[in-house]
Design a protein around this ligand. Structure first.
Ligand SMILES: [Fe+2]
Length: 176
């Protein structure tokens, strides 16, 4: 059975620790009116410290898998909409010719009443970010949840109600 908890640095039945800098990623899932969403499923997946994914499509990657790293995790938000992961800072990887993806963590947030939300989290100050094609040249707050804000638990992602109009996801909710 695959390990699916929110501690990616420990694998069931193994004593090793993964390579890389330990980071705690925490935050809060809210709706468009900034109300916390309890019971949202937050799933993350990411590369190991050497930029390798545990995924069939990453077979061509010459970097070896880290046998002590969990590579993905799952957490359900509490009453205050909060989630928490213990993981390592992922490495950058080559995504094509002249294209290096900056370190990032993939997120999927889902809840029965809302449309699933898929996004990526970056680490502030990484040199590869300016030229990253996945971010479409965005450099502002919309494109980034940096490590400092994530540590503070302030990343205000909002989910859109399934019934709501198909508008773009926003990363800011409005209290008014
Ligand atoms: Fe990725």
């Amino acid at each position: 059975m695959l390990d699916q908890d929110n501690d990616l640095t420990r694998l069931k039945g193994q004593s090793g620790t993964p390579k890389g800098q330990i980071v705690y990623v925490m935050g809060q899932v809210r709706d468009r009116h900034c109300r916390p969403i309890e019971g949202a499923v937050v799933e993350i997946w990411q590369a190991s410290e050497n930029g390798r994914y545990r995924h069939p499509r990453d077979r061509d990657n010459p970097a070896p898998l880290d046998p002590a790293f969990q590579y993905w995790g799952k957490n359900v938000t509490d009453k205050e909409g909060r989630y928490l992961f213990k993981t390592i800072k992922p490495g950058s990887y080559q995504a094509g010719r002249n294209w290096t993806r900056p370190p990032h963590i993939h997120f999927k947030v889902s809840h029965g009443d809302f449309r699933p939300f898929i996004t990526q989290m970056y680490f502030a100050g990484d040199a590869h970010q300016q030229r990253d094609r996945d971010r479409h040249g965005k450099t502002g707050e919309d494109a980034r949840v940096d490590a400092a804000r994530t540590h503070g638990g302030l990343d205000p992602w909002q989910l859109q109600r399934r019934k709501s109009h198909p508008v773009h996801y926003r990363t800011r909710c409005k209290t008014a």
